[in-house]
Design a protein around this ligand. Structure first.
Ligand SMILES: *Cc1c(COP(=O)(O)O)cnc(C)c1O
Length: 358
């Protein structure tokens, strides 16, 4: 099998626990019955709890990767009468801009750098906006935004606040009720540490009221919401991943709840950052999430060379960055089934790599 027995520090797919892997090894069951409806309801309840969704919120389960969640939220909730303020601090923000452009949704390409937007009040461009869109953790560079201040700003200006939380769920805090978030986009293969293929859109009542009649067969939220009433989806769901999600939510709860998981991720991220302090690597951004550490070599070495050396010499997978940052940064995920011992493998590999180098 490809990359079997490798150490996984990529930001999606991430390291999965044995318990969740075991669920995936079982026969996929038939799903148009009450037993599976109950699984869907359990998943919905667990997700709503996890993000402290306001009462009356609903979850849409899409058999697709996260980008489908981003695109379908834009097409189902926004119209030509809207004007979206789209935070663009990296590749995923750029993707939201592209989605709005493709679907002719009026938007402002809000390019940001070196800020976590705790100062959004002063930085925000002028305009008659109706919506604020952000990737809470911009995974392309490992930069996390301040959802508290963005949420206050959204509330004050009456903006529909859409948050892609794909790569910060379970490792970094998010609270729909406290942060005035109307929509959360989640996906299976990052913070939730499941296989790719399942995307969830969490809609607060404020967002449910904005769901449009759309000309789209598959990504039609009204259809999903109607079917969701009985715990079903219009088309075949990612049945096995739903079973894994149910198990994963139970696992998080059993281990002390999501707050505990966030604490654990924070501890591991801190541990990693401390242990590599003496190496010629520096943090790419001061606004790092617990989910990930993005590093820049300070000795002129190519980041891509480090990525390749770790893979070839130590069976350790970290993540390069495509495009213009390819030689400047590499990314280390702390998402998934991480422990200090597991992280030590990467820490030791990095130290050994630099030792051999001199
Ligand atoms: C991974 C990711 C996505 C989704 O990408 P897919 O390849 O479509 O799964 C969306 N937003 C963010 C912030 C991500 O990290």
């Amino acid at each position: 099998m490809i990359y079997e027995n490798y150490y996984i520090f990529t930001p999606g797919p991430v390291k999965m626990s044995d318990e969740i892997l075991a669920v995936g090894a079982k026969q996929t069951p038939y799903f148009r019955n009450q037993e599976f409806s109950d699984v869907t309801f359990n998943c919905e309840k667990g997700l709503l709890e996890m993000v402290n969704a306001p009462s009356g919120s609903k979850v849409i389960f899409l058999t697709a990767s996260g980008t489908a969640g981003m695109e379908s939220v834009v097409t189902n909730l926004l119209t030509k009468d809207d004007n979206a303020l789209v935070v663009h601090g990296g590749g995923f923000g750029g993707r939201f801009v592209d989605i709005c452009a493709i679907h002719d949704i009026p938007h402002f390409d809000f390019k940001v750098k070196d800020t976590n937007l705790s100062d959004i009040e002063t930085l925000s461009p002028n305009g008659n906006f109706t919506s604020l869109i952000v990737n809470a953790h911009e995974t392309s560079v490992g930069h996390i935004y301040d959802l508290d201040s963005m949420g206050s700003f959204a509330k004050k200006n009456d903006l529909l606040f859409i948050v892609d939380a794909i790569s910060m769920l379970v490792t970094d805090p998010i609270d729909m009720s406290k942060q005035n978030i109307d929509v959360v986009i989640a996906s299976s293969q990052k913070g939730l540490a499941l296989p790719p293929g399942l995307t969830m859109v969490i809609l607060a009542p404020t967002a449910l009221a904005k769901v449009q009649d759309v000309k789209n067969m598959y990504f039609n939220f009204k259809d999903y919401l109607r079917n969701g009433e009985r715990g079903q989806t219009p088309y075949t769901p990612a049945v096995t991943i739903m079973l894994q999600l149910e198990a994963r939510l139970a696992q998080i709860k059993r281990d002390g709840g999501v707050k505990k998981s966030i604490k654990k991720a924070k501890k591991i991220a801190k541990y990693f950052r401390k242990k590599i302090k003496k190496l010629p690597l520096k943090a790419f951004t001061p606004f790092m999430p617990n989910a990930m550490t993005t590093l820049t070599p300070t000795d002129g070495k190519s980041a891509m060379d480090i990525v390749n050396s770790l893979e070839e010499g130590y069976k350790v997978m970290v993540c390069p960055n495509g495009g213009e940052l390819q030689d400047t940064i590499f990314r280390v995920s702390h998402m998934g089934d991480m422990t200090k011992e597991y992280t030590d493998v990467l820490i030791d590999a990095l130290h050994d790599y630099y030792r051999k180098d001199v």
